[in-house]
Write a protein that binds this ligand. Structure first.
Ligand code: NAP
Ligand code: F7E
Length: 347
């Protein structure tokens, strides 16, 4: 039986990856930050809480990182923990750099000294492409991060490559484009839209307030992407891979489709900060722009080429953009109707 250590197991990807590894016969150790309130809702929703072994962990604590690697001697380490919200990275740039870059160095050092043959996955990101230098973006496209988050992740990306080249470690970096699911954090735009629209449909007065709806993203389903992470650690040699769909849509398009999916018949009016989505039946504005959600620096367009992962890993995403939007919109409507807590957040 292989042992995997997953950092960030309480997050969206950590939960899906843990489920996938358990289904493949792994022993799964999950690193969890202490919190005054339970933060295991995702692994509970997937019904795997009693099948994973949770251990106290913080990326900023090199001592606990080393002692976990020493104690469990994992065959595979997936570093999914991060301050992952781009918006917050502008408010907390130093903290983001510590967690997302320095924390990765602590982990790489712990592996190098305690279990050098462990296979390592680093959660790199399309945010490293930022102001894109080519379309579509590939593994060899030059980087140009546009946020503290992107810059911190780029440092971790290069540290991962550096440890591979310096110490012959099996250290991989997955450059993943946006991937979403019903387990996505509510501060990210897709989930903010699907929760907000469901609440408005069920009687909430205040419209959903969004920032830049012109931004274009290459959105896939998280359940497909975690399979790619696992595949990256099963190859003859470590490498970098883009995981993406090869399609891109504006935030506005996500809103339009999510509204349709739960039965709104709505139309857009106005432009720029006066742009609104109005429900034709009730005449109510259901989505509006609030400049508070604009970012100091924006990534306007992301579209990745998954060709290398498809060819070398045999990876292929199954869920289309239309299916993803419908899945998320319908599930949030069900949750709102059932009165389930939706973990409203900043952002
Ligand atoms: P997520 O839902 O925000 O989960 C982040 C996880 O990191 C949570 O478990 C969180 O724990 C944990 N964490 C945060 N700070 C920590 C610290 N100091 N020590 C230990 N754990 C810490 O993120 P995700 O969407 O699953 O993404 C997984 C990884 O992929 C992240 O590294 C993200 O940056 C990267 N990524 C994501 C995407 C995407 O579209 N989802 C695309 C590219 C790359 P709490 O539960 O305690 O907060
Ligand atoms: O924003 C725009 C926003 O916060 C997407 C993370 O998983 O993917 C994610 O980062 C776009 C941006 O994700 C709102 O300005 C408009 O252009 O959902 P997001 P992100 O910044 O792309 C990458 C690959 C990661 O690695 C990250 O960890 O939507 N947008 N209005 C808004 N975004 C938010 N959050 N809220 C709004 O109201």
């Amino acid at each position: 039986m292989k042992t995997a250590f997953i950092t960030g197991i309480t997050g969206q990807d950590g939960a899906y990856l843990a489920e996938h590894l358990l289904n493949n016969g792994y022993r799964v150790i999950g690193g969890v930050r202490r919190s005054s309130a339970a933060n295991t809702w995702r692994i509970e929703e997937l019904g795997i809480l009693d099948r994973v072994e949770l251990v106290a962990f913080d990326l900023l604590d090199p001592h606990i990182t080393s002692s976990i690697i020493r104690k469990y001697q994992p065959d595979e380490v997936y570093n999914l923990a991060a301050q992952s919200f781009v918006g917050t990275s502008f408010d907390q740039p130093a903290y983001t750099l510590k967690v997302d870059a320095l924390g990765v160095v602590y982990l790489l050092e712990a592996i190098r000294t305690e279990k050098p043959d462990a296979r390592f996955y680093q959660a790199s990101t399309s945010e490293m492409f930022g102001l894109v230098q080519a379309v579509p973006q590939r593994e060899d496209t030059p980087f140009y991060p546009r946020s503290p988050y992107g810059a911190a992740k780029l440092a971790a990306h290069w540290m991962t490559i550096n440890y591979r080249e310096s110490y012959d470690m099996y250290a991989c970096s997955g450059i993943l484009f946006n991937h979403e699911s019903p387990l996505r954090g509510p501060e990210f735009v897709t989930r903010k839209i699907t929760i907000g629209l469901a609440e408005v449909l069920e009687g909430r007065e205040a419209p959903v307030q969004l920032g830049n709806m012109d931004a274009k993203r290459d959105w896939g389903f998280a359940g497909d992407y975690i399979k790619g992470m696992h595949l990256m650690l099963q190859q003859d040699k470590a490498d970098e891979y883009v995981l993406s769909t090869g399609e891109t849509y504006e935030v506005r398009e996500f809103v339009t489709r999510a509204a349709q999916a739960i039965g709104f018949d709505a139309e857009w009016e106005g432009s720029e900060i006066d742009e609104k989505l109005r429900d034709k039946k009730t005449g109510k504005v259901i989505v509006e722009v609030n400049p508070e959600f604009f970012r100091p620096c924006e990534v306007d367009l992301l579209i990745g080429s998954p060709a290398k992962a498809e060819k070398n890993l045999g990876w292929k995403r199954d869920v289309s953009f239309a299916q993803l939007v419908t899945m998320m919109a319908e599930q949030d409507l069900e949750r709102v109707r059932a009165g389930k807590p939706l973990y409203n957040a900043i952002g």
